[in-house]
Design a protein. Structure first.
Length: 681
């Protein structure tokens, strides 16, 4: 036991190294004797794990911290340092190389850092991105940029020497040395710039990976009510803004800012060679900057309007593409195009006169500025050699100042991009770190005085509903449309919160439970459930990633789908699209049922799950339901689906008005009996 405790303590220290890399403190109160202590640390710290396969020279491409597994299945933390991974073997820090990499299995886990759960808004985003920047690369970029600018100072000096000394002397003694100096400077500067670009790309990619993973993690943590405000296409357009933000900061803004700031040293060189031309040079630069600033501000305003319009266009385009089959069936191509065009017409057009004339103004200013500099140089009696040296320094400084202007424009472009992302950043996420994780579900459910309505000005969908279900009970729920059946399902899953009343799972109040872990113990099949683009095996095991091929076949057998899969050329690896393309509606529904059964849930919820099945397949699914030992709740309009239920509940206006077995309710000659007679007719 002591040996096991020491090993778990060592593994806890390894996980702590990964947390320290992300500046996250180790959660308190972790019980190392608990079976799920490892996952408990990840859940409370918020780290997002992902299984990966190590391929090639993975140790030379350090990107994310990883959890490696030795040949004896021991855990080792691999932390990126520069472009390599460092691990700790017997408390000694080592750099992973070819020999050391052979000691680890090819399977590992990498970890992503989420946004802070306590913070919201753009301030949180800026702090997160700053922490995600590898500061070593940032220092390298800064130092190299300084050296490159210093190398640039040599060219004006070399021109001065050539025109002041070499050409007047009429000898070629100094030319070889100058040529060697120029070539060496160019090669040295090019190599430094190349390495700086490598560091910049690595910095930008790390920021992008961190930003995108954190945004998508936050999006998945948002409550179901948030997704009612936006359609899928619009929401994708908004979340994709994080990529634009990272591209602006790491790709263009950061290099431009460093180069522009360091280029101030050219001013001293300009004043040294031609102090008389300092004032006209500054005036020319000021005019150019004003032109760029005005055009840039107008472009930023246009970009803001364009982003808002683009989200609407993307949303409607996604809806039309998803419904293209229905559009064709109805012969509604023309109305569909009219709908798209009515949204697209709000896209702004680049029609501002200043934006169109800005390039012309820049050319005229450059031409007029050159003529003014010629005239000032002639009036001041500046020598040819000093003017050529000045022109070289001024050109370098001018390019750097334009980069400073570009930095300002990129900074301004961040505003529209952040505005697109702001709804996701400001939304309140569902936080469950301090709640009790559900490891096992016996299946006892209780609803006490549940009252719920979607808005305060609407009538109650559920009004004082009381229900108690024992473990293993088979419950059928029926009623007319709008009586609250599907709403009841959403409340049981925690997607909606009742105004009054409480929901209990195994005598534990729903508000005190970790909802993701609870939902993993519940199998759910909806009438309009969605599939994922991929093969059949992946769709069955997506909620049960530990499941083997044998387990997937067993789930398919219980759902009445196994024979259909065997007749497909690629079997379990048959590819299907997200809308179920390539399989029938009945097969699609049975695949959703197989997915729900795959994880062997403690509670099973069916919402019109068998409506698309033929009688024979429905009978097979119903037989499977009867044999299962878990708690089952089935919403159905076809009463043959719930004939063998232990209890049938009839809902009306949000209340249970009748309940009992199928035969008992028929003999009562109430609302259920009337529904049964209508179906028999």
């Amino acid at each position: 036991m002591k040996l096991e405790q020491r090993e778990r303590k060592r593994e806890q220290n390894e996980i702590a190294r990964i947390l320290n890399y992300y500046r996250i403190s180790m959660p308190e109160g972790i019980d190392l004797l608990a079976a799920d202590w490892h996952e408990s640390i990840l859940r409370q710290s918020g780290l997002i794990p992902r299984k990966i396969t190590l391929e090639g020279a993975w140790w030379k491409e350090a990107f994310l911290p990883m959890e490696l597994y030795g040949e004896d299945d021991r855990i080792y933390a691999a932390v990126p340092v520069g472009n390599h991974y460092h691990v700790w073997i017997e408390e000694q820090e080592k750099v992973v190389d070819t020999q050391l990499a052979k000691q680890f299995q090819r399977t590992a886990r990498c970890f992503y850092k989420p946004f802070s759960c306590e913070n919201k808004g753009t301030g949180m985003l800026w702090r997160f991105l700053w922490e995600s920047i590898p500061h070593t690369d940032l220092i390298v970029i800064l130092v190299i940029s300084l050296f490159v600018e210093l190398c640039g100072l040599l060219m004006p000096y070399i021109n001065s020497v050539v025109y002041n000394r070499v050409i007047p002397s009429g000898t070629a003694r100094e030319i070889p040395g100058i040529v060697v100096l120029v070539i060496s400077t160019v090669i040295f500067s090019t190599l430094l710039s190349l390495y700086k670009e490598i560091c910049r790309v690595r910095l930008g990619e790390k920021m992008k990976v961190a930003g995108q993973s954190a945004v998508w993690r936050r999006l998945l943590q948002l409550p179901a009510a948030f997704f009612k405000q936006y359609d899928s296409g619009e929401l994708y357009q908004r979340t994709d803004a994080i990529e634009e933000i990272c591209n602006i900061i790491g790709g263009r803004m950061l290099p431009a800012a460093l180069t522009a700031v360091l280029s101030v040293i050219y001013l001293f060189q300009i004043s040294w060679f031609a102090g008389e031309l300092m004032i006209p040079s500054v005036v020319i630069l000021f005019i150019q900057l004003c032109n760029i600033a005005v055009a840039g501000i107008l472009q930023i305003r246009l970009r803001d309007r364009e982003n808002e319009a683009q989200t609407k266009v993307t949303g409607i385009s996604y809806q039309l593409i998803r419904g293209i089959c229905k559009i064709k069936i109805a012969g509604a191509q023309e109305p569909a195009f009219q709908v798209w065009a009515s949204v697209w017409k709000h896209m702004p057009v680049m029609g501002n006169a200043w934006i169109l004339l800005s390039p012309v103004i820049a050319k005229v200013t450059a031409l007029g500025g050159s003529m003014a500099l010629y005239w000032c140089a002639w009036k001041s009696g500046l020598s040819t050699s000093d003017y050529i040296a000045f022109q070289t320094a001024f050109s370098s400084f001018f390019v750097s100042v334009l980069m400073l202007a570009d930095f300002g424009l990129q900074l301004g472009c961040l505003g529209p991009a952040v505005k697109m992302l702001r709804p996701v950043l400001l939304a309140e996420p569902e936080l469950y770190e301090d709640r009790e994780a559900v490891e096992r579900l016996e299946g006892r459910l209780e609803l006490n005085n549940i009252c719920f309505r979607y808005t305060s000005d609407m009538p109650y969908v559920l009004d004082g509903l009381d229900l108690r279900i024992e473990p293993g009970e088979y419950i059928g729920i029926v009623g007319s449309s709008g009586c609250g059946k599907s709403t009841l399902m959403r409340i049981l899953l925690g997607f909606e919160v009742p105004e009054r009343g409480s929901v209990y799972y195994d005598e534990r109040e729903l508000g005190q439970l970790d909802l993701p872990s609870l939902r993993r113990r519940i199998g759910v099949v909806l009438q309009d459930g969605k599939l994922f683009a991929g093969d059949i095996f992946s769709n069955i095991t997506i909620c049960a990633p530990w499941l083997t091929m044998e387990g997937a076949w067993e789930a398919a057998e219980r759902a009445g789908l196994a024979e259909d899969i065997r007749q497909m050329p690629m079997g379990m690896f048959t590819m299907i699209s997200e809308d179920g393309g390539g399989i029938s509606g009945g097969q699609r529904q049975r695949l959703l049922i197989a997915r729900a059964l795959a994880s062997d849930p403690g509670v099973l919820l069916f919402d019109e799950a068998t409506s698309a099945l033929d009688n024979e397949t429905q009978g097979r699914v119903v037989d499977t339901l009867k044999q299962m030992k878990c708690t089952r709740l089935v919403i159905a309009h076809r009463l043959s689906t719930i004939r063998d239920c232990d209890r049938i509940l009839y809902l009306e206006q949000g209340r249970i008005v009748e309940q009992g077995t199928y035969e008992k309710l028929l003999h009562c000659n109430g609302r259920f009996a009337q529904m049964a007679k209508r179906q028999l007719l």
